[in-house]
Design a protein around this ligand. Structure first.
Ligand code: NAP
Ligand code: 8YV
Length: 320
């Protein structure tokens, strides 16, 4: 690296370990999340990297003349416009694999919470109702004997499938490209899968192709015994259609870790007894978030020391 320290822009809040580690090597330039704010031309010229958790405003890409790399906190990088980054010759990195186990574990927990209503049962105990009203009511749903269809059998989807095997449920999946050498049933479309299974788990990225693909038609196909779990992105779901499907018992229950416009969770979900809701916590343990934070920083250090990154996104491939 040259004598002049490289500056790294950090819009909005980010994991504290990232700020601490960046500060040991780079000049850190914190700015508010959102549209471009005024910063001196000299600082702007020194900014060659961005560390981001959430959405990066495209104005930064337009106005930082020497930007080389955007390091995204999260495996999903729907907050970064990769098309624009490619046009500007900017590398984008993300944090795959280090969170697979945590997210898959959370998915199983959310599935069980949804079918067996454990959060409601715990509240029942805490409210003193066990003593006052007797045992918590039996849950109409069970995981036993379910047919599960996973939308997205990538790094995390595979870990979810492996964890489902000992639960003795049937496992199938839909992806655009069929995966070879697996015993799981392949469905050629989401609709076909929804018709065939009674439990849908979504773990696809938030892209134009996955935008609002969970429609009223898909929920009708899933049917009245149907359970829908989403740990991918909330943008994949028509939330009005889901709320209606849960209210009308078109499907039986849903477990959601992600929402269309976080942290704004539609009121319609909050009163539903058949929805189990989490505030986007699938990867949110200290060890896993530390590993993600380290990867954000190590990608930046690798780039500025050796022009190598560890985990580029497929749209901006760079030799590791
Ligand atoms: P990945 O390895 O890239 O897997 C993505 C899977 O989705 C692939 O199997 C891919 O297969 C499939 N897919 C993509 N677009 C599709 C489409 N239009 N229709 C059907 N299948 C499609 O990604 P990952 O590491 O498993 O992460 C997946 C996503 O989970 C992330 O992008 C992120 O949005 C989300 N996530 C959420 C949390 C959380 O905290 N809740 C944590 C981590 C990740 P094909 O390309 O063959 O279709
Ligand atoms: C993070 C995630 O919570 O990795 C992802 O794609 O959704 C989560 O692990 C998020 O990206 C950080 O805010």
């Amino acid at each position: 690296m040259s004598d002049q320290p490289v500056a790294v822009l950090v819009p909005g809040r980010i994991h504290p370990r990232i700020l601490e580690r960046l500060g040991q090597t780079f000049e850190v330039v914190p700015v508010p999340m959102g549209p471009v704010t005024e910063i001196g031309a000299d600082v702007r010229a020194r900014i060659k990297g961005v560390a981001i958790s959430g959405a990066l405003d495209n104005g930064w890409i337009d106005t930082l003349p020497n930007l080389e790399i955007v390091s995204n906190f999260g495996v999903g990088y729907d907050g970064v416009d990769t098309k624009k980054a490619v046009e500007h010759g900017i590398i984008v990195t993300h944090t795959p694999d280090v969170l697979n186990d945590e997210v898959a574990d959370t998915t199983i927990a959310l599935l069980l919470n949804t079918v067996r209503q454990f959060p409601r049962a715990e509240n029942y105990l805490r409210e003193g109702r066990w003593k006052k009203d007797g045992p918590f009511p039996l849950t109409p749903l069970s995981l036993k004997g379910r047919k599960v269809g996973i939308l997205g059998l990538g790094r995390i989807g595979m870990e979810i499938a492996k964890r489902l095997e000992p639960f003795k449920v049937e496992i199938g999946y839909h992806t655009r490209s069929r995966r070879e050498g697996l015993d799981y049933t392949y469905y050629s479309s989401l609709k076909e899968m929804a018709e065939a299974v009674d439990t849908l788990i979504s773990v696809v990225p938030g892209t134009a192709a996955t935008h609002k693909i969970f429609t009223s038609e898909i929920f009708s196909a899933l049917g009245p015994n149907g359970v829908f779990i989403n740990v991918g992105r909330g943008t994949s779901v028509d939330e009005d259609a889901l709320i209606t499907a849960l209210k009308n018992n078109t499907i039986a229950a849903a477990g959601l870790d992600v929402f269309y416009d976080e942290p704004n969770v539609p009121d319609g979900f909050l009163d539903l007894p058949n929805a189990s809701l989490l505030p986007h916590v699938a990867s949110a343990s200290v060890p896993t978030r530390n590993a993600m934070a380290d990867l954000v920083v190590d990608n930046l250090i690798g780039w500025f020391r050796e022009k190598k990154v560890i985990t580029p996104v497929p749209e901006t491939p760079v030799k590791g």
